[in-house]
Design a protein around this ligand. Structure first.
Ligand SMILES: [Fe+2]
Ligand SMILES: [Fe+2]
Length: 445
């Protein structure tokens, strides 16, 4: 009977595994970035069974004849009994093994395939590519997918894959509406669109949401489910492990920040991130030509939707980005699209929404106000957005697309730093003295 039930569940919800004849279910499979994306990647998944492993090989080895087996780090987890998640409607109450397999020693600029095996169950075959491509390359960014089942997000991702073929995909948070509810994650992660790229995300305030009963915003104190779905590089700010981190991808240093939940915009966790950010940029100097930050709350976005962002986060972070020479900040949160002029060397791109939650422009964001170069009324125009960033040693070109693959904004960023062989990051090991390892890092907290 149990087998039949699991099989049925699998057919209905678990788009990325086969489990009709097995007791094991493998789901939420996502490939995430490592510190140096030219020689490594992490495969994250949840599994109903304690024993599982990843088989990976070069993409040309379709029969997996030369496959390498990697056993994951694995820990039994559920949100049962955790404050704010007691309700059975939060589907993470079901116990499962949270797994992350670190694939290392990979070749730069190469395509790989993998599958996950557990007790006779095999996942579908996934693919990804390492960084290390010489010359021009690109990545795609999204924000605020948010409402499960909305009709915009998945076609938008599919369109961006067709248009830009990204090896790297980024999201600046609010991936689901209520992070404590697993059905949103099934919708986003377990479908045939959300795969075959390396993923990097920063948490939004909705990644702090547990149960939304009564809309009283009961929240986790950390992006708890985010940290159990994605194992990002363990090099983040000490007080925000896994939800802050950096990675090198060709000539770009990417930095993910954690702008906390809906009500918090100041405090020790922010000060800790500022220190870590400045130190990271300094220590890695010479290894990157550009700095791209992705974080959830738009510090030059609407000051009416969430007034504390402009009041508190802007004075805290704008001087840091100026001092560190950040080239591009990708964000969302207010569901209004706005892109700034270059402010003290930095472009701020509030991508607004990559789903159907949209707001109309308000008076705090207007083209020609001396701050904003481009504003889109997502609500009245019925738009959602994603951007493709093409990077070369001569500059970065950012093109914003709507859900119909139409370009709705574009701008270019000139390099502030010189290109050199060292900024290519083709697989040399990097180790950051602030790397945060051990208890508290990654999935085990
Ligand atoms: Fe949002
Ligand atoms: Fe948000």
């Amino acid at each position: 009977m149990r087998k039949i039930i699991i099989g049925l569940i699998c057919c209905l919800c678990f788009g990325n595994c086969f489990a009709e004849e097995s007791d094991s279910v493998i789901y939420h499979i996502v490939t995430t970035v490592c510190e140096n994306s030219a020689n490594s990647a992490t495969v994250n998944y949840h599994c109903s069974n304690p024993s599982s492993y990843v088989l990976y090989t070069k993409a040309s080895d379709k029969a997996f004849r030369k496959a390498v087996k990697v056993e994951p780090e694995s820990a039994l987890w559920s949100t049962k009994g955790i404050e704010n998640t007691a309700k059975e409607t939060t589907f993470f109450t079901k116990e499962r093994y949270v797994c992350s397999a670190h694939l290392s020693g990979l070749k730069p600029n190469s395509e790989y395939i993998f599958k996950i095996v557990s007790q006779g169950t095999e996942s579908k075959v996934f693919s990804f590519a390492t960084s290390g491509k010489r010359g021009k390359w690109n990545f795609v960014a999204f924000t605020d997918f948010q409402h499960k089942g909305n009709r915009e997000t998945l076609p938008l991702i599919q369109n961006m894959k067709e248009l830009a073929h990204p090896a790297l995909v980024i999201c600046s948070g609010d991936m689901v509406d209520v992070a404590g509810k697993e059905d949103g994650w099934f919708w986003l992660l377990d479908n045939d669109v959300f795969r075959d790229f390396v993923y990097a995300a920063s948490p939004g305030d909705h990644e702090y949401w547990a149960d939304d009963t009564g809309r009283k915003y009961p929240q986790y104190n950390s992006p708890h489910t985010f940290n159990h779905l994605f194992k990002f590089p363990g090099n983040g700010a000490p007080m925000s492990p896994n939800s802050t981190y950096w990675f090198l991808y060709n000539n770009v240093l990417f930095i993910a920040l954690d702008m906390n939940n809906s009500n918090v915009a100041t405090g020790p966790r922010f000060e800790d991130q500022v220190k870590w950010f400045e130190k990271t940029v300094e220590i890695l100097k010479g290894r990157y030509q550009y700095i791209v930050v992705y974080e959830h709350k738009s510090i030059y976005g609407s000051s009416k939707i969430d007034s504390v962002v402009a009041a508190r986060l802007r004075p805290q972070w704008a001087p840091v980005f100026k001092k560190c020479g950040v080239d591009l900040v990708l964000s969302g949160h207010d569901h209004i699209f706005s892109r700034t002029e270059q402010i003290d060397g930095t472009f701020y791109l509030d991508m607004g929404s990559s789903g159907d939650k949209r707001r109309a422009i308000d008076s705090s964001v207007a083209e020609g106000d001396g701050i904003h170069a481009k504003v889109l009324d997502l609500k009245n125009q019925g738009l959602c957005c994603a951007c493709n960033v093409e990077v070369s040693k001569r500059g970065m070109k950012v093109t914003v697309y709507n859900q119909r693959k139409e370009a709705v904004d574009s701008f270019e960023i000139s390099p502030k730093r010189k290109y050199s062989r060292k900024t290519e990051n083709r697989g040399e090991q990097v180790f950051h003295p602030t790397t945060f390892v051990g208890a508290g890092a990654g999935i085990n907290f």
